[in-house]
Structure formats: structure tokens, C-alpha cells
Design a binder for this molecule. Structure first.
Ligand SMILES: Nc1nc2c(c(=O)[nH]1)N=C([C@H](O)[C@H](O)COP(=O)(O)OP(=O)(O)OP(=O)(O)O)CN2
Length: 193
């Protein structure tokens, strides 16, 4: 069975080298909608694949890192990166350009790591990430699956290369969240949310 939870964030970017000039030459923003699709052949003690309330802990916090911020590509012009970081305190730097496609791959890898590190406590079994859908506009979206997220053809993405600004981290319930995920530390789900 598949379940889906929707998250939203407002974010700015430039997508260099794409065909659409408005997109590649101007800082612009989108009201993103992100669908997290989870699957399992089992149900937990509450007869759910995975309680929606539990997705509002670490998964939501990581996706919310992009809210009211700017997403930067580490290969962009150094002076642009410096200026954005100087004048905006909420930013995320990615090793890939922030197209809808790359957002879906990046968020897939982040949520995949959260699930791998989470100790579930309500009888959940074999909860897997099916895909991530990133709606950039009302009319355009990208859907990333495991094979896309880990694709060498699209370019490997290392979680270690994703950098969250100090302001973003300070707004998490645990400012060490990303470090803990990189170290593959266990995240204990609460018994009740
Ligand atoms: N495959 C992709 N194509 C485009 C992306 C992308 O991430 N993946 N991104 C953009 C731009 O960011 C742009 O802002 C969105 O483009 P578009 O869908 O053309 O936006 P509109 O709101 O103008 O769409 P309408 O259908 O006219 O409402 C470009 N392409």
C-alpha cells in the first residue's frame, strides 16, 4: 500500500544553463509542494503504513529547511554564492542545480536517510520510500524514485555535500539533526505525537 503526505515551502533559486531564459538568468521563487510517498505491505499497531503525524518530525523539518530561503548550486559563480550568503540567512547549498528534478533526488536521499536511521516504535514494518514528487508550479512537477536518486547517469549526490546555513539549523528542534543523520545515528520515534 502507498500513502502520501504533502509538504509545502517557499523558495528562491536560479537554474543555470536551462533553456528557459527567465529561469536561468533571474533569481525567482516558487511555492513548492512536495509529496512524500511511503509504501509497505504491512500495517502498524494503529493499522496504518506510517502515522502521518510521525512524518511531521524529522522529515518535515528537513523539507522545511528550504522554506523562505534560497537554494544555491555549489558550482555557481563564487561571487553570486558569496552575495546570497551575505544578504540572506536562510540558504541551502546543493552539489546540484536546483531544478525540480534535482530537488526530487535530493529530498529522496534526505528522507531515505531519515527512514534508515529512525527506530520506529508502533509496530511499523518495512516502511519504504516509494518516491518524491516536487511540484515547482501548478503545472510542472518531477517525480524521483530510488533509481533516480542514486543514478550515476544523472550524477551521484553525496549527502555530505549538502550544506544548511546556520540559521536553518538553529531553527530545527535539534540543530545537530543533519550531523546526526550524516553519522547515521539512531533517531528514536516518540511513542505518541
Ligand atoms: N523540466 C524542468 N523544466 C523547467 C524547470 C524545472 O525545474 N524542470 N524549471 C523551470 C523554471 O524554474 C520555471 O520557473 C518554471 O517554468 P514553467 O513551468 O514554464 O513555469 P510557468 O509558471 O511559466 O508555467 P505555465 O505552464 O506557463 O503556467 C523551467 N523549466
Amino acid at each position: 500500500m502507498l500513502i502520501r503526505k504533502l509538504f509545502k515551502f517557499e523558495n528562491a533559486h536560479i537554474v543555470r544553463d536551462c533553456s528557459t531564459r527567465r529561469c536561468s538568468e533571474n533569481i525567482h521563487g516558487h511555492s513548492y509542494k512536495v509529496e512524500v510517498l511511503l509504501k509497505s505491505n504491512y500495517l502498524d499497531d494503529g493499522q496504518m503504513v506510517y502515522d502521518f503525524g510521525l512524518t511531521k518530525l524529522y522529515i518535515k523539518e528537513l523539507i522545511d529547511a528550504f522554506d523562505h530561503g534560497i537554494t544555491l548550486w555549489s558550482s555557481d559563480d563564487a561571487s553570486y554564492l558569496e552575495a546570497m550568503k551575505k544578504h540572506s540567512s536562510r540558504w541551502v547549498e546543493l552539489p546540484v542545480s536546483p531544478s525540480a528534478e534535482q530537488f526530487s533526488r535530493v529530498i529522496y536521499l534526505m528522507v531515505e536517510r531519515v527512514l534508515a536511521c529512525t527506530k520506529m516504535r508502533n509496530g511499523e514494518k518495512e516502511v519504504q520510500l516509494h518516491s518524491i514528487i516536487v511540484h515547482e508550479t501548478e503545472t510542472g512537477y518531477a517525480q524521483g524514485f530510488k533509481e533516480d536518486a542514486h543514478s550515476e547517469l544523472m550524477g551521484k549526490i553525496a549527502l555530505e555535500e549538502i550544506i544548511f546555513s546556520e540559521q536553518v539549523k538553529s531553527e530545527w528542534s535539534d540543530p545537530q539533526l543533519w550531523e546526526k543523520l550524516l553519522q547515521k545515528e539512531t533517531l528514536l520515534n516518540p511513542e505518541r505525537v
